[in-house]
Design a protein around this ligand. Structure first.
Ligand code: ADP
Ligand code: MG
Length: 497
């Protein structure tokens, strides 16, 4: 619950002189430099963090390499790694209110949503992945070479991994990478985004309290162009797992080529939500609104394109617009708030810029479209109609609460799929229908990493990731944890007896 006492604790944490977690200790950046942390609901600076650069990345990689190769982590049995992950999940549960509020201050997300969605999901991610250490295994394989062979595969930790996360869901994204990386036995250097460093710092304390050996988890706060770029090109890092923009993903991939790092990329999306006339239309409309307005649209898998069959288009789009108008936009600290600010002034400019572009291209603003006349980075939930895929606003990722609603006029599933597949992205898709034939036939035609029928959401057991320019690889599920392993084949010729 959000109380004054909790708010005092969150502010007190924010006001501390935070360092970098390198090996056993929290330390200042080698340069001694720091950067300001802003509250997007007011635009005010309320905290600062150490500004890691190349020298700090070097130190963190050395600590991670040391922990990987010698000492308690290197020697640890899988069941003990499980126990540590369970302990971390329990500590996160214990401090869930506090860490949620710290993140609300940092990114503006309404506290109840932070606690009920992001933090709850972060806990689930640690719990789910806590089951993997004892279950990661290879196969035993029958070979056809001449001779008698005993052949098997094993999964080994990939090594030192760099985890680079964005600002839209900092705690959840950190957990989504940290949990499987540790489950697989890797050691990590985690870098939160410069816009949102605080929850990772708190998580670092819980990692220490849980009893992870020093060096298993290192946390560097700093800028993408400095600490992030140094991680991407560091030859002591074996893999980067990145979530963020396509442009940054491309930069990281190029930098990673130096030592052929493994790279997992979770990039953008322009997820289509397709509503057929037989669907539960009220439910579909409110889910469509939630899908684009949750977290102020700053979600890679936000349902940014709404396709509705023309026979029910007006009804559904009016219901979505009514929802948009009823959302209370404000500070994440206000329990009445449904939708918080966007992360920064730059992001607000980007979102309003897209709305302006849409208008110039011929879109109609059915509702919203303007920034709110108050301090902080607020914009009204926005619904555009009259859009089509030849407009940038319907094709490019906006990462804000802007929905493009478009009718589809026929029942040809291939044509609908071609429209849904008509962007460079392929992260997610939603279908709303009661017709099993439509659901499965359309799902088969969609170029999307995740297709949801009559619902949305995430699950730690369900692989998540993108086709096409939405990324490389998958997170969550077996594939997500195996992505932190290398597969080794061992074949032994049995001696004659
Ligand atoms: P945005 O453009 O909205 O800030 P990014 O995708 O650039 O989103 O940021 C996501 C994460 O990537 C952040 O942690 C950021 O610091 C990091 N980052 C940004 N640029 C680079 C880079 N060149 N190399 C490595 N990491 C980077
Ligand atoms: Mg912030």
């Amino acid at each position: 619950m959000l109380t004054d006492a909790l708010l005092r604790r969150a502010r007190a944490f924010a006001a501390e002189r935070h360092g970098l977690l390198i090996g056993k200790d929290w330390q200042p950046a080698a340069s001694g430099r720091r950067f300001d942390v802003e509250d997007p609901a007011t635009g005010a600076v309320f905290a600062s963090a150490a500004r890691a650069e190349r020298a700090d990345v070097d130190r963190a990689v050395t600590a991670a390499r040391g922990a990987l190769e010698t000492g308690a982590w290197a020697e640890m049995k899988p069941a003990e790694r499980s126990r540590l992950l369970w302990r971390l999940a329990a500590l996160l549960e214990r401090d869930a209110d506090l860490i949620s509020l710290i993140e609300t201050l940092d990114i503006g997300k309404p506290f109840a949503q932070m606690r009920g969605l992001d933090t709850a999901f972060a806990i689930e991610l640690f719990e789910y992945n806590a089951g993997w250490p004892t279950r990661l295994a290879g196969d035993s394989l029958p070979l056809s070479n001449p001779g008698d062979w005993h052949a098997y595969t094993v999964r080994e930790p990939i090594g030192v991994v760099g985890l680079i996360v964005p600002w839209n869901a900092p705690l959840m994204m950190a957990a989504a990478k940290l949990a499987p990386a540790l489950a697989a036995g890797c050691t990590v250097v985690l870098k939160p985004a410069e816009q949102s460093p605080l929850s990772a710092l708190y998580l670092g304390r819980l990692v220490q309290e849980a009893g992870f050996p020093p060096g298993a988890v290192n946390i560097l706060t700093g800028f993408g162009a400095e600490a992030g770029a140094a991680m991407a090109e560091h030859i002591g890092i074996d893999k980067i797992s990145f979530t963020g923009s396509a442009a940054t993903g491309r930069r990281i991939t190029l930098a990673a080529l130096g030592n052929f790092k493994r790279v997992t990329l979770e990039l953008g999306g322009k997820t289509p939500v397709m509503i057929f006339p037989d669907a539960d239309l009220d439910k579909a409309a409110s889910a469509a609104a939630r899908s684009i307005f949750a977290n102020t649209g700053q979600v890679c898998n936000a349902g940014a394109r709404l396709y509705v069959h023309r026979t029910v288009f007006d009804r559904v789009v009016e219901a979505v617009a009514a929802r948009a108008q009823s959302l209370r936009v404000g500070s994440g600290l206000d329990p009445e708030t449904d939708m918080g600010p966007v992360i920064s002034a730059a992001q607000l400019d980007r979102v309003t810029g897209y709305v302006a572009t849409g208008r110039n291209e011929g879109a109609e603003v059915l509702t919203g479209g303007a920034r709110l006349d108050r301090p902080g980075h607020f914009i009204a939930p926005t619904v555009l109609t009259g859009t089509s895929l030849d407009m940038r606003v319907a094709r490019e990722e906006i990462f804000g609460p802007v929905l493009c609603a478009m009718p589809f006029g026929d029942d040809d599933l291939s044509r609908i799929a071609a429209e849904a597949n008509g962007t460079q992205y392929g992260l997610g898709a939603q279908i709303w229908t009661r017709d099993l034939g439509i659901a499965h036939r359309l799902a088969a035609r969609l170029k999307a990493g995740t297709v949801r029928v009559n619902g949305s959401g995430l699950d730690p057991a369900l692989p998540f990731g993108g086709f096409k320019a939405s990324g490389w690889g998958r997170e969550y599920g077996r594939e997500g944890v195996e992505a932190y392993t290398e597969l080794k084949s061992v074949a032994m010729a049995l001696p004659e007896v």
